[in-house]
Design a protein. Structure first.
Length: 486
């Protein structure tokens, strides 16, 4: 299958209430995709973001982000009145996460007070009990005990000793019920949106982060599955080694999986995670795929990544178990960064699609594997990803020698042509799929960048503006799609 799509996080949808949501604006984007002749909508992880607002550091690997629950849909369900939420209207500027955190839950609690459980809700609880109770109690404790991360809680709850968990659950049913209600609302709205997309011929590509956050219900509820000491502190944490761009490397801080224990349990946690992912998405992109072959472990509490070492991961054994349980799955492996022959071999063994990012291709000193003449069919081509600047900003910031190389290679006669030429190069690639960030179709610059890796603050904020989903733009995208037989 040769096709194309657009990368746009749910958070980046236009919406009056400060952040993208699962209501009419999401349906309008699906209509735009269909009008533009696209087959794919690629999103970023949908989980509940924590203090840094990153979708790759969430309170749960299974839960959905309550920020994405659409107020107008709750009103249609009889759970909100206009006066309950219309005061939150804040235009269509960038996301203010502090504003969302301060006020959105106030509105959602009003909806919860009007909610009456029914059989559909009870079925949702049964179908998701493997993770939902742990998540609801985890978030409820955070709500009523402001001590911060779970490793700072009193020891009975931190270690889940004796009846501490069940006693808290029983004495805080209203609060735990609020958090299960939010998950019900999120998944009810998401499932309806996904069904609409599929009916329009749109395939949704989800994103599965390799690591989970230490301060998550996953680690708190299953500490044996991570490399923790007797006090449940990390023995080592994730990151990447020093390189030409960072003399100290990168210290991400995520806990590391205890793959020996996971293997002894038949990788049941990973199987449950993939089963859940393919329940809510059609295809899945695995972030940091190389971590399954080997991961970089940094002794805790080192201040830099210099003292880390590469440790072998589960390799093909994990994916064989997943295939035994779930069958063959449409997976895209993020095979970027520091790669070895063993990583290439694992990708070949799994048969997963790799990634080709054009912004990585044009070093004038190198015959990069990302150059279009090296592309292969079993891959997805991107001009850039959420971790790259929009093409317009990238081209402007290139060193003169690299700008000349890409200009000569693609026939760019001036900066005003750079975005179109690079987007068309992705569409023309032999790769089976091409995914274009929405910012590049809009020809936006640096202010529309989603994320700058290894920085804190100011990321994940960009959103569509009113009028961006222009029928003329859809017509242009459709024409380009047809030219390149996508």
């Amino acid at each position: 299958m040769r096709g194309s799509g657009i990368l746009l996080p749910v958070s980046s949808l236009n919406n009056p209430y400060g952040i993208g949501a699962l209501g009419k604006e999401a349906y309008a984007f699906i209509d735009f995709l269909a009008a533009a002749g696209q087959r794919f909508w690629q999103v970023l992880p949908l989980g509940p973001t924590s203090y840094g607002d990153s979708p790759y550091q969430t309170f749960s690997a299974f839960a959905g982000n309550p920020y994405f629950i659409d107020f107008d849909l709750l009103r249609a369900d009889g759970l909100l009145e206009p006066d309950d939420y219309q005061w939150m209207a804040s235009g269509d500027g960038d996301i203010d996460y502090a504003f969302q955190y301060r006020f959105r839950y106030q509105v959602l609690r009003k909806a919860y007070r009007r909610f009456r459980p029914d059989e559909e809700y009870r079925r949702f609880l049964r179908e998701n009990e493997r993770w939902l109770d742990d998540y609801a109690v985890f978030m409820a404790i955070k709500s009523v005990k402001p001590e911060g991360a779970w490793d700072r809680w009193d020891e009975a709850l931190k270690f889940r000793r004796g009846t501490a968990f069940t006693e808290f659950f029983a004495s805080n049913r209203e609060e735990t019920g609020f958090w299960t209600f939010l998950q019900y609302c999120f998944y009810r709205q998401w499932e309806r949106l996904k069904a609409y997309a599929n009916a329009k011929g749109i395939i949704i590509i989800g994103d599965l982060p390799y690591y989970v956050a230490y301060d998550s219900s996953d680690v708190w509820a299953n500490p044996h599955a991570w490399q923790l000491d007797g006090d449940l502190a990390p023995l080592a944490v994730a990151g990447c080694p020093p390189d030409a761009f960072s003399i100290d490397g990168q210290l991400w801080g995520n806990p590391l999986y205890d793959y020996a224990k996971m293997a002894a349990e038949g990788y049941s946690w990973w199987i449950a995670r993939f089963r859940h992912a393919f329940k809510i998405y059609d295809w899945v992109r695995i972030d940091h795929f190389r971590g399954f072959e080997a991961y970089y472990a940094i002794p805790y509490p080192a201040k830099t990544a210099r003292s880390g070492a590469w440790i072998k991961g589960p390799g093909s054994a994990l994916f064989k178990r997943i295939k035994e349980e779930l069958g063959s799955l449409p997976i895209i492996a993020e095979d970027l960064g520091y790669l070895t022959e063993d990583v290439h071999r694992l990708l070949e063994e799994t048969g997963f699609m790799g990634m080709k990012v054009l912004q990585f291709a044009f070093d004038h000193r190198d015959d990069s594997v990302y150059l279009p003449h090296h592309h292969v069919k079993n891959a997805v081509c991107y001009p850039g990803t959420h971790d790259n600047p929009p093409v317009k900003a990238w081209f402007t910031a290139l060193a003169p020698e690299d700008r000349k190389f890409v200009s000569d290679y693609l026939g760019i006669r001036g900066p005003e042509e750079a975005v179109e030429r690079l987007v068309k190069a992705a569409l023309a690639s032999v790769c089976a799929i091409a995914i274009i960030p929405m910012q590049d179709y809009l020809e936006l610059g640096a202010t529309a960048r989603l994320n700058t890796p290894a920085t804190l603050g100011g990321n994940w904020r960009w959103r569509l503006r009113e009028g961006d989903l222009d029928p003329a733009l859809a017509k242009k995208i459709s024409a380009w799609t047809k030219i390149y037989r996508r």
